[in-house]
Design a protein around this ligand. Structure first.
Ligand SMILES: Nc1ncnc2c1ncn2[C@@H]1O[C@H](COP(=O)(O)OP(=O)(O)OP(=O)(O)O)[C@@H](O)[C@H]1O
Length: 259
Protein backbone atom coordinates (compact mmCIF):
# COMPACT_ATOMS: atom_id res chain seq x y z
CA UNK A 1 0.00 0.00 0.00
CA UNK A 2 1.54 3.34 -0.90
CA UNK A 3 1.31 6.28 1.49
CA UNK A 4 -1.52 8.01 -0.35
CA UNK A 5 -3.75 4.93 0.14
CA UNK A 6 -3.20 4.57 3.87
CA UNK A 7 -6.38 5.09 5.87
CA UNK A 8 -6.56 8.02 8.26
CA UNK A 9 -6.44 6.92 11.91
CA UNK A 10 -6.72 10.27 13.63
CA UNK A 11 -8.09 13.57 12.45
CA UNK A 12 -7.98 16.80 14.42
CA UNK A 13 -10.22 19.42 12.81
CA UNK A 14 -10.26 23.15 13.64
CA UNK A 15 -9.63 22.52 17.31
CA UNK A 16 -10.05 25.46 19.68
CA UNK A 17 -9.41 25.21 23.43
CA UNK A 18 -9.55 28.15 25.82
CA UNK A 19 -8.58 28.50 29.44
CA UNK A 20 -10.61 31.53 30.50
CA UNK A 21 -9.43 34.44 28.35
CA UNK A 22 -6.44 32.55 26.99
CA UNK A 23 -6.68 30.56 23.76
CA UNK A 24 -4.29 27.60 24.17
CA UNK A 25 -5.25 25.83 20.91
CA UNK A 26 -6.39 28.11 18.13
CA UNK A 27 -7.93 26.38 15.10
CA UNK A 28 -5.53 23.42 14.91
CA UNK A 29 -5.98 20.75 12.20
CA UNK A 30 -3.83 17.76 11.26
CA UNK A 31 -4.25 14.08 10.45
CA UNK A 32 -2.33 10.87 11.00
CA UNK A 33 -2.35 7.80 8.72
CA UNK A 34 -2.17 4.15 9.70
CA UNK A 35 1.37 2.97 10.38
CA UNK A 36 2.68 6.51 10.71
CA UNK A 37 4.90 7.97 13.43
CA UNK A 38 3.75 11.53 13.84
CA UNK A 39 5.53 14.20 15.92
CA UNK A 40 3.60 17.06 17.50
CA UNK A 41 6.30 19.67 18.02
CA UNK A 42 6.25 23.10 19.61
CA UNK A 43 8.00 25.25 22.21
CA UNK A 44 6.88 25.27 25.86
CA UNK A 45 3.29 26.43 26.14
CA UNK A 46 2.54 25.87 22.42
CA UNK A 47 -0.54 23.74 23.18
CA UNK A 48 0.73 20.16 22.75
CA UNK A 49 -0.43 18.75 26.08
CA UNK A 50 -3.78 20.52 25.74
CA UNK A 51 -4.24 18.96 22.28
CA UNK A 52 -3.35 15.51 23.65
CA UNK A 53 -5.80 15.91 26.52
CA UNK A 54 -8.63 16.61 24.02
CA UNK A 55 -7.63 13.59 21.92
CA UNK A 56 -7.65 11.46 25.09
CA UNK A 57 -11.11 12.75 25.92
CA UNK A 58 -9.96 14.39 29.16
CA UNK A 59 -10.93 17.89 28.03
CA UNK A 60 -13.82 19.07 25.91
CA UNK A 61 -12.79 21.50 23.16
CA UNK A 62 -14.52 24.88 22.81
CA UNK A 63 -14.95 24.01 19.14
CA UNK A 64 -13.65 21.64 16.50
CA UNK A 65 -13.53 17.87 16.65
CA UNK A 66 -11.34 14.80 16.92
CA UNK A 67 -12.13 11.69 14.88
CA UNK A 68 -10.40 8.38 15.61
CA UNK A 69 -10.88 5.48 13.18
CA UNK A 70 -13.96 7.25 11.83
CA UNK A 71 -15.53 7.77 15.27
CA UNK A 72 -15.92 11.24 16.74
CA UNK A 73 -14.55 11.28 20.29
CA UNK A 74 -17.37 13.37 21.75
CA UNK A 75 -20.03 11.03 20.35
CA UNK A 76 -18.59 7.74 21.58
CA UNK A 77 -16.02 8.39 24.30
CA UNK A 78 -15.81 4.78 25.50
CA UNK A 79 -15.44 3.28 22.02
CA UNK A 80 -12.72 5.81 21.31
CA UNK A 81 -10.86 5.09 24.56
CA UNK A 82 -10.54 1.45 23.48
CA UNK A 83 -8.81 2.61 20.28
CA UNK A 84 -6.24 4.71 22.14
CA UNK A 85 -3.09 3.65 23.91
CA UNK A 86 -1.87 6.12 26.50
CA UNK A 87 1.38 5.71 28.36
CA UNK A 88 0.82 6.18 32.08
CA UNK A 89 3.23 7.84 34.50
CA UNK A 90 5.09 5.49 36.87
CA UNK A 91 3.10 7.00 39.75
CA UNK A 92 -0.16 5.68 38.23
CA UNK A 93 0.73 2.04 38.91
CA UNK A 94 0.04 0.16 42.12
CA UNK A 95 3.71 -0.16 42.98
CA UNK A 96 3.34 -2.99 45.54
CA UNK A 97 1.81 -5.38 42.98
CA UNK A 98 3.96 -7.57 40.75
CA UNK A 99 4.17 -6.46 37.13
CA UNK A 100 2.33 -9.62 36.07
CA UNK A 101 -0.55 -8.69 38.39
CA UNK A 102 -0.62 -5.11 37.11
CA UNK A 103 -0.57 -6.28 33.47
CA UNK A 104 -3.54 -8.59 34.16
CA UNK A 105 -5.39 -5.77 35.92
CA UNK A 106 -5.02 -3.43 32.95
CA UNK A 107 -5.93 -6.13 30.44
CA UNK A 108 -9.10 -6.61 32.53
CA UNK A 109 -9.85 -2.89 32.43
CA UNK A 110 -9.93 -3.16 28.63
CA UNK A 111 -12.23 -6.18 28.88
CA UNK A 112 -9.50 -8.66 27.90
CA UNK A 113 -8.92 -11.83 29.87
CA UNK A 114 -5.47 -12.73 28.66
CA UNK A 115 -4.22 -16.16 29.74
CA UNK A 116 -1.10 -16.12 31.92
CA UNK A 117 0.95 -17.43 28.98
CA UNK A 118 0.04 -14.40 26.85
CA UNK A 119 0.74 -11.94 29.63
CA UNK A 120 4.15 -13.54 30.11
CA UNK A 121 4.79 -13.33 26.36
CA UNK A 122 3.94 -9.64 26.34
CA UNK A 123 6.30 -9.03 29.25
CA UNK A 124 9.00 -11.03 27.46
CA UNK A 125 8.46 -8.83 24.37
CA UNK A 126 9.71 -5.87 26.38
CA UNK A 127 12.55 -7.84 27.96
CA UNK A 128 10.92 -8.25 31.37
CA UNK A 129 10.65 -12.05 31.49
CA UNK A 130 13.09 -12.21 34.44
CA UNK A 131 11.10 -9.63 36.40
CA UNK A 132 7.56 -10.99 36.32
CA UNK A 133 7.45 -11.73 40.05
CA UNK A 134 8.90 -8.33 40.99
CA UNK A 135 6.74 -5.51 42.32
CA UNK A 136 6.65 -2.50 40.00
CA UNK A 137 8.59 -0.34 42.48
CA UNK A 138 11.61 -2.69 42.28
CA UNK A 139 12.07 -2.11 38.53
CA UNK A 140 14.75 0.27 37.23
CA UNK A 141 13.63 3.51 35.51
CA UNK A 142 14.18 2.01 32.04
CA UNK A 143 12.28 -1.17 32.98
CA UNK A 144 9.37 0.86 34.37
CA UNK A 145 9.25 2.83 31.13
CA UNK A 146 9.21 -0.38 29.03
CA UNK A 147 6.52 -1.83 31.24
CA UNK A 148 4.30 1.24 30.91
CA UNK A 149 4.70 1.10 27.12
CA UNK A 150 3.65 -2.56 27.16
CA UNK A 151 0.58 -1.75 29.30
CA UNK A 152 -0.35 1.11 26.94
CA UNK A 153 -0.49 -1.31 24.01
CA UNK A 154 -1.95 -4.36 25.79
CA UNK A 155 -5.30 -3.90 23.96
CA UNK A 156 -3.69 -3.37 20.50
CA UNK A 157 -4.85 0.25 20.14
CA UNK A 158 -5.24 1.94 16.74
CA UNK A 159 -3.03 4.78 17.89
CA UNK A 160 -0.54 5.16 20.68
CA UNK A 161 -0.09 8.59 22.30
CA UNK A 162 3.31 9.28 23.85
CA UNK A 163 3.95 12.57 25.64
CA UNK A 164 7.74 13.14 25.67
CA UNK A 165 8.49 9.40 25.82
CA UNK A 166 12.28 9.75 25.87
CA UNK A 167 12.55 12.55 28.44
CA UNK A 168 14.92 11.44 31.19
CA UNK A 169 16.03 8.20 29.51
CA UNK A 170 19.70 7.32 29.08
CA UNK A 171 20.96 6.85 25.48
CA UNK A 172 20.66 3.04 25.67
CA UNK A 173 17.07 3.11 26.92
CA UNK A 174 16.18 5.75 24.34
CA UNK A 175 17.57 3.62 21.49
CA UNK A 176 15.66 0.61 22.77
CA UNK A 177 12.47 2.61 22.98
CA UNK A 178 12.87 3.77 19.38
CA UNK A 179 13.50 0.19 18.28
CA UNK A 180 10.22 -0.81 19.94
CA UNK A 181 8.37 2.11 18.39
CA UNK A 182 9.75 1.20 14.96
CA UNK A 183 8.67 -2.40 15.60
CA UNK A 184 5.17 -1.28 16.47
CA UNK A 185 5.00 0.75 13.25
CA UNK A 186 6.09 -2.27 11.21
CA UNK A 187 3.11 -4.13 12.69
CA UNK A 188 0.85 -1.32 11.41
CA UNK A 189 0.55 0.68 14.65
CA UNK A 190 0.29 4.48 14.50
CA UNK A 191 2.00 6.72 17.02
CA UNK A 192 1.51 10.35 17.99
CA UNK A 193 4.37 11.62 20.11
CA UNK A 194 5.62 14.89 21.46
CA UNK A 195 9.31 15.62 21.84
CA UNK A 196 11.55 18.62 22.34
CA UNK A 197 14.36 16.85 20.47
CA UNK A 198 14.24 17.93 16.83
CA UNK A 199 17.08 15.52 16.08
CA UNK A 200 14.90 12.68 17.34
CA UNK A 201 11.87 13.95 15.41
CA UNK A 202 13.90 14.21 12.22
CA UNK A 203 15.25 10.69 12.72
CA UNK A 204 12.06 8.83 13.60
CA UNK A 205 8.94 10.74 12.55
CA UNK A 206 7.29 10.16 9.17
CA UNK A 207 5.59 13.51 9.52
CA UNK A 208 5.48 16.34 12.02
CA UNK A 209 3.33 19.33 12.88
CA UNK A 210 5.13 22.37 14.27
CA UNK A 211 2.73 24.39 16.39
CA UNK A 212 3.12 27.67 18.23
CA UNK A 213 0.57 29.71 20.19
CA UNK A 214 -1.89 26.89 19.47
CA UNK A 215 -1.63 27.37 15.70
CA UNK A 216 -0.11 25.20 13.02
CA UNK A 217 3.10 26.68 11.63
CA UNK A 218 4.19 23.79 9.39
CA UNK A 219 3.08 20.24 8.62
CA UNK A 220 4.75 17.49 6.60
CA UNK A 221 7.61 15.00 6.40
CA UNK A 222 10.74 16.38 8.13
CA UNK A 223 12.78 16.28 4.92
CA UNK A 224 10.02 18.08 3.00
CA UNK A 225 9.81 20.79 5.69
CA UNK A 226 13.56 21.29 5.50
CA UNK A 227 13.40 21.52 1.68
CA UNK A 228 10.41 23.87 1.81
CA UNK A 229 11.85 26.29 4.41
CA UNK A 230 15.61 26.11 3.82
CA UNK A 231 15.69 29.46 1.97
CA UNK A 232 13.43 31.27 4.45
CA UNK A 233 15.55 34.15 5.83
CA UNK A 234 14.37 33.33 9.41
CA UNK A 235 15.72 29.78 8.97
CA UNK A 236 18.92 30.93 7.25
CA UNK A 237 19.56 33.33 10.15
CA UNK A 238 19.75 30.45 12.68
CA UNK A 239 21.31 27.69 10.54
CA UNK A 240 24.94 26.64 10.85
CA UNK A 241 25.81 24.67 7.72
CA UNK A 242 23.21 22.20 6.42
CA UNK A 243 19.68 23.23 7.38
CA UNK A 244 18.12 20.83 9.92
CA UNK A 245 14.60 20.39 11.27
CA UNK A 246 15.76 22.22 14.41
CA UNK A 247 16.76 25.24 12.27
CA UNK A 248 13.31 25.20 10.65
CA UNK A 249 11.67 24.87 14.08
CA UNK A 250 13.61 27.79 15.60
CA UNK A 251 13.28 29.87 12.42
CA UNK A 252 9.49 29.48 12.41
CA UNK A 253 8.85 29.73 16.16
CA UNK A 254 11.53 32.33 17.06
CA UNK A 255 14.55 32.18 19.37
CA UNK A 256 12.92 33.71 22.46
CA UNK A 257 12.77 31.41 25.49
CA UNK A 258 9.22 30.42 26.50
CA UNK A 259 8.02 29.71 30.02
N1 LIG B 1 -5.15 24.01 33.25
C1 LIG B 1 -4.75 25.17 32.68
N2 LIG B 1 -5.28 26.35 33.07
C2 LIG B 1 -4.90 27.51 32.48
N3 LIG B 1 -3.99 27.60 31.49
C3 LIG B 1 -3.43 26.45 31.07
C4 LIG B 1 -3.77 25.18 31.63
N4 LIG B 1 -3.05 24.22 31.00
C5 LIG B 1 -2.30 24.87 30.08
N5 LIG B 1 -2.52 26.19 30.13
C6 LIG B 1 -1.89 27.22 29.24
O1 LIG B 1 -2.20 26.88 27.90
C7 LIG B 1 -1.06 27.06 27.05
C8 LIG B 1 -0.72 25.73 26.38
O2 LIG B 1 -0.22 24.84 27.37
P1 LIG B 1 0.19 23.33 27.06
O3 LIG B 1 0.54 22.69 28.37
O4 LIG B 1 -0.85 22.68 26.24
O5 LIG B 1 1.52 23.54 26.19
P2 LIG B 1 2.66 22.50 25.80
O6 LIG B 1 2.96 22.74 24.37
O7 LIG B 1 2.27 21.13 26.20
O8 LIG B 1 3.89 22.99 26.69
P3 LIG B 1 5.13 22.14 27.33
O9 LIG B 1 6.07 21.84 26.19
O10 LIG B 1 5.72 23.14 28.28
O11 LIG B 1 4.57 20.93 27.99
C9 LIG B 1 0.05 27.61 27.95
O12 LIG B 1 0.07 29.00 27.82
C10 LIG B 1 -0.36 27.19 29.34
O13 LIG B 1 0.10 28.12 30.29
Amino acid sequence: MNEAERPTVLEVQDLVVRYGQQTAVDGLSFSISRGEIFGLLGPNGAGKTTTLSVIEGLRKPDSGRVVIDGVETLHAPLAVKAKLGVQLQASSFQSELTIEQIARLYAGLYGLSLPQRQIRERLADVGLQQEITKPFKKLSGGQQQRFSLMVATIHNPSILLLDEPTAGLDPQSRRQLWDRIEGSRKRGGSILLTTHSMEEAQAVCDSVAIIDHGRLQAFGAPKDLVAMHRDDPRVQAVAHGDVTLEDVFIGLTGSAIRD
